[in-house]
Design a protein around this ligand. Sequence first.
Ligand code: PLP
Length: 374
Amino acid sequence: MQFIDLQAQQNTIRSKLDKSIKGVLDHGKYIMGPEVEELEKQLAHFCGAKHAITCSSGTDALLMILMAKGIGPGDAVFVPSFTFAATAEVVAFLGAHPVFVDVLPDTFNMDPESLKAGILRAREEGLKLKAIIAVDLFGQPADYDQINVIAEENGLWVLADAAQSFGATYKGRKVGTLGLATATSFFPAKPLGCYGDGGCIFTDDDNLAEVIRSIRVHGKGSDKYDNVRIGVNGRLDTLQAAILLEKLKIFPKELEARQRSADLYTNALKDYVQTPMLLEGVTSAWAQYTLVLKEETDRQALQDALKDQGIPTVVYYVKPLDQQTAYKGCLKAGNLSVSDTLSKRVLSLPMHGYLKEEDQQRVIEVFIQHMEKN
Ligand SMILES: *Cc1c(COP(=O)(O)O)cnc(C)c1O
């Protein structure tokens, strides 16, 4: 059993992938070829955002948005501590200050009260309050209504780190439209993944989109040899765009399959552990199906028991960012105890769009057997 079975997905569309890859090899426009433009059109349409700007990775998507907004030394950007490193890394990379905020124990997303505490701390330190990066952890959108209110009250703008949540919805709106700008990732294991690195930026802001398009190609002006600002090389390869165009066609079906798999796990396991909680009116892209074990459960022993039966599990995340070496000196909203507790008790089970019910039943059986014995 695979934790994320990319081969099963490939088997269903292999001949179409071969054809679209061949198409790129035939026309030879490897950089910014026609597939890139077509993909951007389709991605924007998929989520209802005005602009979709594909790019080289989810990390670069975050970075280019912050660059376009001029984030730099002296600026405070609020980020959850319980997330993947890239969320805070891009802030520090630009010389700004990531301010770590705690998350909620049930949704694993940014805690509005902790965000308010972080804002006070950053103000005391004399930092310029600039932005909030809300992360849609494991595929569920953060609580944007609450976060946007706090942002407005404090003159901040919101960047949605949707690396794990493309395809999810929040109160009738799709991910891609929930902040001033949204960053997603097409890393192979994400809900919509390519066969290498890739990402996309979404925004409804025409001016911001124009600046990001310039930053994506070394800060180009109207002519590519007249650079008007500092940029990066942040483009998505045409080959990856061609692959994503095929994968996007089957993506809605895969999202439904992930939801069915999540429901099956939850119904079977809810009496044994804390199963994932979705907010009212919110759907998840189920990048991960993540449980919170009881304090007394020996997580390693459970993982070993599952592994013995050929069932892979992963801990996302073993260490909150504020406790990691690179970020130890950074400002924190408080003691971030929820992030700390979650890092000790979460466990993610196999989850993808091709999970067989019989495989899930085996996961459930071994899981429950172990819980009842221990
Ligand atoms: C994967 C991920 C990223 C980075 O995406 P890459 O495409 O790997 O650069 C950023 N934020 C979160 C929350 C992620 O899970």
